[in-house]
Design a protein around this ligand. Sequence first.
Ligand code: S3P
Length: 191
Amino acid sequence: MRGHGTPRGAVLVGFMGAGKSSVGKEVARRLGAEFVDVDDRIEADTGKRIPEIFSSEGEQAFRERERKAIRDAVSVPGRVIATGGGAFLDAENRRRLKAYAPVIFLDVSPAGALTRLAGDTSRPLLSGEDREKAVAELMARRRPAYSEADFRVDTENLPPDRVAGKVLHLLARGTKGGPSGERAGKERRGG
Ligand code: S3P
């Protein structure tokens, strides 16, 4: 429970290119909260860029570092935490993040993600030849996990500050009057 006067945090999850870092920074600024980008923490801890971690240590080692960075991130209340696109697929991370603060799934279409990530070389999972196929497959596989977030925000064609406004609106409504707004799971009924 987040009682009166307790700092309000939030967690942003979603696919690469959904805008988690830029939206998270803006949400934190407007809440007066500390912003933590999990990928940035991993890079700072290791002194390596993410593609380098993937190539020298492998994805499993990266995921272990990610779990640790998330454990560290949730050790201080009231933060706005932006996760990497694969973090919420891990059951332990999901449990920790959901226990920490409302989790918001920033949704982007495959086409939207491809547009936003055009020319980007910092995502090792999209470094293969057929980026379109990789995005479509990964996104389809990941959607069930993202749907376990508390809220979903459609980011299509919206700049980060507009998405941040939607997130803040959901946070305000969700913490006062009980859950409301766009629920992450599509098939919720009557409950
Ligand atoms: C990943 C997303 C990246 C980064 C790593 C793996 C993923 O973060 O954590 O490249 O599995 O989707 P962003 O979502 O910030 O790009």
